[in-house]
Design a protein around this ligand. Structure first.
Ligand SMILES: C[S@@+](CC[C@H](N)C(=O)[O-])C[C@H]1O[C@@H](n2cnc3c(N)ncnc32)[C@H](O)[C@@H]1O
Length: 289
C-alpha cells in the first residue's frame, strides 16, 4: 500500500524519513523559517509556510492525499506547560485541522505527541472525529529505549485507519551504549565552563560514554541546563551532546544536515521538536500493507 502523505507541522521532516519506502509526501507545512530551510536542505522540497490555523479546506482536500501525519505543538499538553489543551492559542491549528478533517477526512492518520495529549480535550476531539468518519485506531505510549536506543523520549502515538490495523507487540531491545552515538572528534566548544558547571551540578543529568541511557533532549537544550537533556562526562570535564549526536539518537540518517549559518540554539530547537524515527517507522508499519 503506497501512502500519499500530508506532513502537517513538518519541522525538519522527521515523519518524511520515517515514511520513506511507504509512499510519498505530497505536501508539508511549517510556519518556522529555520524548519523549512532545514527540511529543504534534506528533502529537496520547501514546505508551505501557511499558518495551519487558517488553512482552507481546499488547500488540503485538493491534494489527493490519503494519509495525514502530524506532531502538533506539544506545549498545551506538556508536564512543564500550562496544560490548557484546546484553550491554548497554540492549539488553534489543531482545532482548524479537525474542522478540515470533518470536511475531507483522510483514510489514515498518525499522530505523535507528549504523553499528556492522552486524556486531553484535544484527544477527545480527535477520537470524536475518527469515530464519526469510520476510522478505527490504536493508541500507544512508546519510548525509543525499547528500540535499542539509549535515549528517553516517551511519547503518545495514535494510528488510525479505515482498514484493520496490524496488532503488534512493541520490541524490547536493550539499549546500546552511548559511545556508538558519539562524534569521533570532541568539539571543545561544547564543554561547560567550570564555574557554570559548579553552580548547576546538583541538577544536571550526567552520563558517561559507556552508559546505556540519556534524558530526553528538549527544544531548549541549547539554552537551559537543568531538565533539558543529558550532559556527557569526558576526560576533560562535562560537555553538551553535539547536534549530530542528538540527531543520531533520534535515528536521523548520517546524511542529515542543517543549512549553513543556523545557530546552535536553532539546531537544538529543531532536534528537540522532532521525533524518534525508528519509533515513527514502527508505528507507520501498523498501517500494514
Ligand atoms: C512538535 S514540532 C513537529 C516536528 C516534526 N515532527 C519534526 O520531525 O521535526 C511542531 C512544528 O509545528 C510548527 N508549527 C507550530 N504551529 C504551527 C502552525 N500554526 N502552522 C504551521 N506550523 C506550525 C512549528 O514551527 C514546529 O516546527
Amino acid at each position: 500500500m503506497a501512502l500519499a502523505v500530508l506532513e502537517l507541522f513538518c519541522g525538519l521532516g522527521g515523519w518524511r524519513y520515517a515514511a520513506a519506502g511507504r509512499g510519498r509526501v505530497v505536501a508539508a507545512w511549517d510556519v518556522d523559517e529555520a524548519a523549512r530551510a532545514t527540511y529543504e536542505a534534506n528533502h529537496g522540497e520547501r514546505p508551505r509556510a501557511r499558518e495551519l490555523a487558517t488553512v482552507p479546506v481546499e488547500e488540503i482536500a485538493g491534494l489527493g492525499a490519503d494519509t495525514w501525519v502530524l506532531s502538533p505543538p506539544c506545549q498545551p499538553f506538556c508536564r512543564m506547560g500550562n496544560r490548557h489543551g484546546l484553550a491554548d492559542r497554540r492549539s488553534r491549528a489543531f482545532v482548524r485541522l479537525m474542522a478540515v478533517f470533518d470536511a475531507a477526512p483522510p483514510d489514515h492518520l498518525v499522530l505523535e505527541n507528549v504523553e499528556g495529549f492522552l486524556g486531553s480535550d484535544a484527544h477527545d476531539l480527535l477520537r470524536e472525529r475518527l469515530r464519526r468518519h469510520g476510522l478505527g485506531w490504536r493508541e500507544e505510549r512508546l519510548c525509543p529505549t525499547r528500540f535499542g536506543i539509549p535515549n528517553r523520549r516517551p511519547r503518545a502515538w495514535i494510528v488510525a485507519s479505515r482498514r484493520p490495523l496490524a496488532a503488534r507487540t512493541p520490541p524490547a531491545i536493550e539499549p546500546e551504549p552511548l559511545a556508538r552515538f558519539l562524534d569521533e572528534t570532541e568539539d571543545r566548544s561544547l564543554e561547560l565552563d567550570p564555574a557554570l558547571l559548579g553552580r548547576h551540578l546538583p541538577g544536571l543529568d550526567l552520563v558517561a560514554a559507556d552508559d546505556r541511557r540519556s534524558a530526553c533532549f528538549i527544544a531548549g537544550y541549547g539554552q537551559r541546563l537543568v531538565g533539558s537533556g543529558s550532559f556527557l562526562r569526558t576526560a576533560r570535564g562535562v560537555r553538551r551532546f553535539s547536534p549530530a549526536e542528538v540527531a543520531r539518537l533520534l535515528g536521523l540518517p548520517g546524511s542529515f544536515r542543517f543549512p549553513p549559518g543556523l545557530s546552535l540554539e536553532r539546531r537544538y530547537r529543531l532536534l528537540g521538536n522532532s521525533l524518534s524515527i525508528p519509533v515513527a517507522r514502527w508505528v507507520l508499519d501498523e498501517l500494514g500493507g
